[in-house]
Write a protein that binds this ligand. Structure first.
Ligand SMILES: Nc1ncnc2c1ncn2[C@@H]1O[C@H](COP(=O)(O)OP(=O)(O)OP(=O)(O)O)[C@@H](O)[C@H]1O
Length: 296
């Protein structure tokens, strides 16, 4: 496989928009001495307005660590992250004082999590209104905004439902609406489709694409889910805390992850199929037709 240095490989995005997030030399090291783990290593990255960027990579490659640093939820060990707000003001996150971080997050980022992270004591509207309150929108204006956002994600009719009364797809749409409460220039999503079935996962992917297009919002998604490729302008592959080029990678037919053609494999009907792990290989050999016929 072709390996690159720590710089995100430049792939054409078809977009010539301003840079919203500029990352340089971003590094995160956990622990010390023998327990030291270099989770993200000197990463450079530009994310453009209106761009959907998908970061993929094996488990433990640093995806969540990168996303947490981008969203000012985790301090980098080194490097810089400059975010341009809706008012065109540029803020360096890595050096922002701790006491200023909550306001920075509230004005700049919307977060979408794999497990939705909704409060079950509250209705869909109230979950979003609370986020609007944090962003400085109070009283009836917060409720109005919440209802408008529910409408936007196609859930106006579920305004009074609690999360436990909703499907996973509906809950994730509420969490997307909540992430929009502060009208952030940047949405950050950690495995947003992981708990959704195929069709709901696709619906959510398309919704994210639409939100990037209509509002000129930057969306950074970290995921293992190949369905998200359909809506991404760029796909970057993170491995051992660094971006690598995708050239030379192949798709594991079981988990659909991109893998190097160097590990577990089988020869099947005249071709070699590669897997991310022995587990995927075993699953494949037990029932090859299940994976080769009708795959995504
Ligand atoms: N709080 C922590 N303390 C120590 N090591 C950590 C911590 N968080 C993550 N790591 C380590 O940093 C590396 C990157 O972890 P990270 O969670 O960012 O990877 P990931 O690509 O998101 O993995 P996954 O796809 O499994 O979620 C891993 O080796 C992990 O064990």
């Amino acid at each position: 496989m072709t390996t690159a240095d720590h710089t995100a490989p430049e792939q054409p995005t078809g977009r010539d928009r301003p840079v919203t997030v500029a990352v340089r030399g971003l590094t995160k090291t956990y622990g010390h001495g023998a327990a030291e783990v270099a989770a993200v290593r000197e990463v450079d990255l530009d994310v453009h307005a209106g761009e959907v960027l998908l970061v993929m990579g094996p488990s433990g490659s640093g995806k969540t660590t990168l996303l947490l640093m981008l969203g000012a939820l985790l301090r980098p060990t080194a490097g810089s992250i400059v975010v341009t707000g809706r008012d065109r003001r540029r803020v360096e996150i890595a050096t922002t004082l701790e006491r200023e971080l909550p306001a920075l997050r509230a004005n700049t980022f919307g977060f979408i999590f794999q497990d939705y992270a909704l409060l079950d004591a509250l209705t869909a509207t109230e979950n979003i209104a609370v986020a609007a309150n944090i962003a400085g929108i109070k009283g009836t204006a917060a409720n109005r905004r919440a209802r408008a956002l529910l409408d936007r994600v196609g859930l106006a009719h579920r305004a009074a439902a609690r999360p436990s009364q909703m499907s996973g797809g509906e809950q994730q749409r509420v969490s997307v609406a909540r992430a929009l409460a502060n009208d952030p220039p940047v949405l950050l999503a950690d495995e947003p489709t992981a708990n959704l079935d195929a069709s709901r996962g696709r619906d959510l992917s398309r919704l994210l694409r639409q939100l990037a297009d209509e509002d000129d919002r930057s969306i950074v998604i970290v995921s293992h889910d190949n369905r998200l490729r359909e809506v991404a302008d760029r796909v970057l592959w993170l491995e051992d805390g660094r971006f690598k080029t995708l050239a030379g990678l192949v798709v594991d037919p079981v988990c659909r992850m991109q893998v190097e053609p160097t590990g577990p494999h089988v020869d099947w009907e005249g071709r070699t199929l590669w897997f991310c792990s022995e587990g995927c290989r075993t699953e494949f050999t037990a029932d090859p037709q299940r994976f080769v016929a009708g795959g995504d």
